[in-house]
Design a protein around this ligand. Structure first.
Ligand SMILES: [Zn+2]
Length: 161
């Protein structure tokens, strides 16, 4: 059950969990406000596929649909962003191809892996009903870098519904 590349109606690039490939029309609809990045080369696609696959075991405990990735433009220095509201039915992450492409190839896979885990940390806390606070960034980044679900779960229990 690997990630697959899907090219959309307008040539835009999606990196989808194979089990969610059929959701493409719905995913494209949610992404209506995000401009697609039109300059996504084969190296970035490979990095995204490998990075997303590598992240999967570390968030499997969340029992949530795996995130769909989309190459979008202009994220203000962020590597990726969770699309608001998608954490409930199936997370969608917008990835900035330019930021990713500025890294050496050998770091791109790791950056995607860590970024997916970071954003899935946010998605988990939204699902737990935790209101976003800046302090959350440290918690999700720690999860992304070092794994280990317990600090994230504890944060969710402390500040969730
Ligand atoms: Zn964050």
């Amino acid at each position: 059950m690997s990630y697959v590349r899907v090219v959309g109606e307008f040539g835009e690039t999606y990196i989808l969990p194979s089990e969610r490939a059929g959701e493409l029309p719905l995913i494209a609809e949610w992404l209506g406000d995000y401009a697609p990045d039109e300059d996504v080369g084969p190296d970035l696609v490979t990095a995204a596929l490998l990075g997303a696959d590598a992240a999967t075991p570390d968030f499997a405990w969340m029992v949530t649909p795996r995130p769909a990735l989309y190459f979008g433009d202009d994220l203000d220095d962020h590597v990726a962003r969770l699309v608001d509201g998608t954490e409930e039915w199936g997370p969608i992450l917008v990835v900035d191809a330019h930021t990713l492409a500025s890294l050496p190839l050998y770091r791109q896979v790791e950056e995607v892996r860590v970024t997916v885990l970071h954003e899935m940390g946010h998605a988990y806390l939204r699902r737990r009903g935790v209101p976003y606070e800046w302090a959350e960034e440290d918690v999700v980044e720690n999860f992304a870098r070092h794994g280990g679900a317990h600090p994230l779960i504890a944060y969710g229990e402390a500040f969730g519904e």
